[in-house]
Design a protein around this ligand. Structure first.
Ligand code: NDP
Length: 323
């Protein structure tokens, strides 16, 4: 599934076909409608347009012998089997930079909502509780210690906003970022141990699966807040639920989940969590820019064989890996 606007724009330019089958179904590769589609059209398809909701596994790539480009609407491309695509010389594009401001805004909105208990306060007013007493005091974000796990394009946009709040900023990447003054922590657990609020904004995929585990959550501690705007796979969701239930973690603000759109029932009943339905980049402005960039990549590749924003692995030397 891609947005109706991107779907329409692709159809206006090209002979676009909809791949049948529910992408959320693990058995979709065996879907008879998909098999029939691939038998009829698989030999003609030269390009895929997809989003993080559309898995592009090895089985699909292998069924498309003329496939030359995968244009992903999104900066994260953990939905695409990149190793298989690149081994076949297939180009893969994504949409970096244009969504940094929107995702950083979402991270700040979740941080502020959780710390100042804005969602609970809204319900308090609507329920008429205000006339019966004052709302409990909350914790300030300004001046707090914030750790950023993944100080990349979006992480730095988050950090710039936190500077305006007078926060003490630290971060962890696999390598320190040259020329950055924020304190570097050598591991996610070390980062978590030194902050009040931990914002997770690394890429998804096997390289970061479960990076935020029970030990990291324990290091963050009973007064600590976890904000995840990265991918659900980065946080051990069972460990997160257990830490909240056992009072070992102060709270969580989550835009992403392990099995979207499924959200653990144990989270739905808690008022120390704030939940959002994967809306990090979901503004009119940003989605229009992402759509343009996706189409620019597709147009360029079909016209000239080049991409505007190839994924970093396309320029990485063999064995380097990228993210
Ligand atoms: P970047 O590639 O610019 O930044 C990623 C950062 O993560 C880098 O600083 C990288 O540093 C660090 N990193 C990567 N792997 C690890 C690791 N194993 N351990 C520690 N740090 C790591 O990406 P963006 O900032 O553009 O985007 C980040 C991610 O945000 C996307 O991949 C996507 O999954 C997510 N996202 C979520 C959205 C939402 O709707 N919630 C919307 C948009 C993006 P180094 O390589 O030195 O380790």
């Amino acid at each position: 599934p891609i947005s109706p606007e991107l779907h329409a724009a692709t159809g206006e330019r090209y002979d676009a076909l909809d791949l049948p089958g529910d992408p959320g179904d693990p058995g979709v590769a065996d879907d008879p409608a998909r098999a029939a589609f691939l038998a009829e059209h698989g030999g003609d398809v030269v390009a895929i347009v997809c989003s993080n909701l559309s898995p592009v596994p090895a089985s699909l790539i292998e069924a498309l012998p003329r496939l030359g480009v995968i244009a992903n609407h999104g900066v994260g491309y953990d939905n695409v089997d990149v190793d298989v695509a690149l081994a076949r010389g297939i180009a893969v594009s994504h949409t970096p930079d244009v969504l940094d401001d929107a995702v950083a805004e979402t991270a700040l909105a979740l941080l502020l909502a959780a710390r100042r208990r804005i969602v609970t306060a809204d319900l308090f007013v609507r329920d008429g509780a205000w006339s019966k007493g004052a709302f409990p005091l909350t914790d300030q974000v300004s001046g707090s210690r914030v750790g950023i796990l993944g100080l990349g394009r979006i992480g730095r946009a988050v950090a710039r906003r936190l500077e305006a709040f007078g926060c003490a900023i630290s971060y962890h990447n696999r390598r320190p970022v040259p020329g950055v003054d924020y304190a570097y922590a050598a591991s996610p657990a070390e980062l978590a141990a030194g902050v009040d609020n931990l914002i997770v904004i690394v890429p998804g995929g096997p390289g970061t699966e479960g990076l935020v585990d029970a030990a990291v959550l324990d290091a963050l501690g009973p007064r600590g807040l976890l904000v995840n705007v990265a991918r659900g796979s980065v946080v051990d969701e069972d460990a997160l639920v257990a830490a909240l239930q056992e009072g070992r973690l102060g709270g969580a603000a989550l835009d992403v989940f392990a099995r979207e759109p499924e959200v653990p029932a144990a989270l739905l009943v808690r008022d120390d969590v704030v939940l959002a339905p994967h809306v990090g980049s979901a503004t009119h402005e940003t989605r229009a820019a992402m759509r343009r960039l996706t189409l620019d990549n597709l147009d360029d590749w079909l016209a000239t064989g080049t991409l505007r924003t190839p994924i970093p692995e396309m320029s990485a030397s063999p064995g380097e890996g990228g993210e």
